[in-house]
Design a protein around this ligand. Structure first.
Ligand SMILES: [Zn+2]
Length: 500
């Protein structure tokens, strides 16, 4: 089986200006050089992820082991070459000086002639284009910082080599971002808790990226992993784990994750969230308290909502180009995942009309979506609307529909890339650490940005439940269900054969 780049090319031609076949031809002649400072904490881990992410693109990939703060060891080079060959047998990783490079990426802060450099700082990333110096780093790079850094550096490479059209991307000059704090990297990185009663639902692009981050963080404890499918050829270029050999053997995705996480007690279940609910209802399995959601449809999110876990951290990718990514935090008694992803409305009214009805802003005003909402504007509106809109002053009005819970996110399946899914996964694992570390209480955060633009301060919103959602209208029933499910389990699911 030869490598299938169709999804990456579709993503790229959505974002760029060239059609798939021309683009493949051009990428095949594009030379990307990678160098690294392996003695900086987290850089070796970031290098593994970066080489794999870049090898998922149909480019000529060069690694010069002697251009960093110290040479890479022979062992490291063997590992990296094997990693790249597992993903693409036909395009080897070229080791040594590149005769010509269209783009030079560097991991580390040592002065290099790189186009873009980046380094993990704690759980976060500091990224600089040539000519922008690095600040002093706060904390040793963690596994989460390593994966985030590689994913963000790959995003910069993608924008540059694909030729993403200028109004669909922003070339980052300097970026400081931590998926735990959602701002600049913290000076001390909080620890990942020991995983207990945690379920990962979905072992696809985001699920494998979550597993990769957990592995690089050295996660301890136990993890339930649920997914019905087998790993297939097109997954090799979009998932964060798995090789062409794994695809040839069609191994179950849950087993792919289990074998990637030897440090965790992984309990794999081939099935859906619905199968998990049945097992919990029959007390064959303990109710998970934390759910990491990594599914790719609204229906699957509604199944997860019906589990009524204490905390659901849902990652997604999508949008019109497949490069938008988000985190939705769902907490009883609301918002639930249905609040974020309501069933398709049957009103026949557009999102803009719903916003006009809910706020009194005009359609004309909404058309200027990128202009921020001002204090003067909301003072013209009724008092109850003023109080609802107060927190949105200064933010672009195009985000209001989502902020007010009037729109679901789009469910059109869009091909994504591993580096986009990894940024969504970083927000999910970041939330797991943040919620454990700081006891953030009942505030549910809704975070969304486009990987072609990078994270920005207005991407974070506090989400409230929708009044008409089941999590509000059926609160008493949901409490009864949650009580029933929190009872002890007999653990017989330990012996349950894989479903289907
Ligand atoms: Zn709800």
């Amino acid at each position: 089986v030869t490598i299938d780049h169709s999804r990456t090319l579709r993503l790229a031609s959505n974002a760029g200006s060239q059609a798939g076949s021309q683009l493949l031809d051009r990428l095949d002649r594009t030379h990307v050089l990678v160098t690294a400072d392996p003695d900086q904490p987290g850089v070796s881990a970031a290098l593994r992820v970066l080489v794999a992410d870049l090898r998922r693109l149909p480019i000529q990939l060069h690694l010069d082991p002697r251009r960093g703060s110290r040479p890479l060891t022979a062992d490291q080079l063997d590992q990296l070459a094997a990693l790249a060959a597992g993903i693409d047998r036909d395009r080897p990783l070229h080791l040594g000086p590149a005769p010509h490079a269209d783009l030079h990426l560097h991991l580390g802060t040592s002065p290099a002639s790189a186009t873009v450099s980046a380094v993990p700082d704690g759980h976060g990333t500091r990224l600089r284009r040539a000519g922008h110096p690095f600040p002093r780093l706060g904390a040793p790079g963690s596994g989460l910082g390593a994966v985030s850094t590689a994913a963000m550096l790959t995003a910069e490479a993608f924008k540059t080599i694909i030729g993403v059209i200028p109004d669909r991307r922003r070339l980052v000059q300097a970026l400081d971002f931590d998926p735990v704090t959602l701002t600049t990297p913290a000076t001390a990185a909080a620890c990942l808790p020991i995983l207990d009663h945690v379920a990962l639902i979905g072992a696809g692009a985001i699920g494998t990226a979550i597993a990769l981050i957990l592995r690089e963080l050295g996660a301890k404890g136990s993890l339930l992993v649920i997914d019905p499918e087998a790993f297939d050829a097109p997954n090799v270029t979009t998932y964060s784990l798995g090789t062409q050999n794994d695809a040839d053997q069609q191994i179950p995705k849950v087993l792919l994750i289990q074998s990637a996480l030897p440090g965790l007690h992984v309990h794999p279940i081939r099935g859906s969230a619905q199968d998990l609910i049945e097992a919990v209802d029959q007390h064959r399995l303990c109710m998970p308290t934390t759910v990491l959601g990594a599914v790719d449809s609204v229906d699957a999110r509604h199944q997860i909502a019906a589990l009524h876990a204490d905390c659901t951290l849902d990652g997604s990718t999508g949008g019109s180009t497949g490069t938008t990514l988000s985190l939705a935090e769902a907490l009883p008694p609301g918002p639930c995942l249905r609040c974020y992803y309501p069933a398709v409305p049957t009103t026949g009214r557009s999102t803009e009309q719903l916003i006009v009805e809910a706020t009194g802003l005009t359609l004309d005003r909404l058309a200027r979506g990128d202009q921020p909402l001002t204090v003067d504007e909301i003072e013209q509106l009724p008092p109850d609307v003023q109080s609802r809109l107060a927190e949105h002053v200064g933010k672009p009005v195009c985000g209001l529909g989502r902020a007010l819970g009037l729109t679901g996110r789009t469910d059109d399946y869009q091909p994504s890339a591993a580096f986009v899914a990894q940024q969504a996964a970083a927000l999910v694992v970041g939330a797991l650490i943040r919620r454990h570390d700081a006891a953030p209480g009942p505030r549910a955060l809704d975070v969304e940005y486009d990987a072609m633009f990078g994270p920005h301060p207005t991407m974070i919103q506090t989400r409230r439940p929708r009044g008409t959602c089941r999590c509000q209208t059926d609160r008493e029933l949901i409490n009864v269900v949650r009580d029933h499910r929190s009872g002890p389990a007999d653990g017989t699911l330990r012996a349950l054969p894989p479903i289907s």
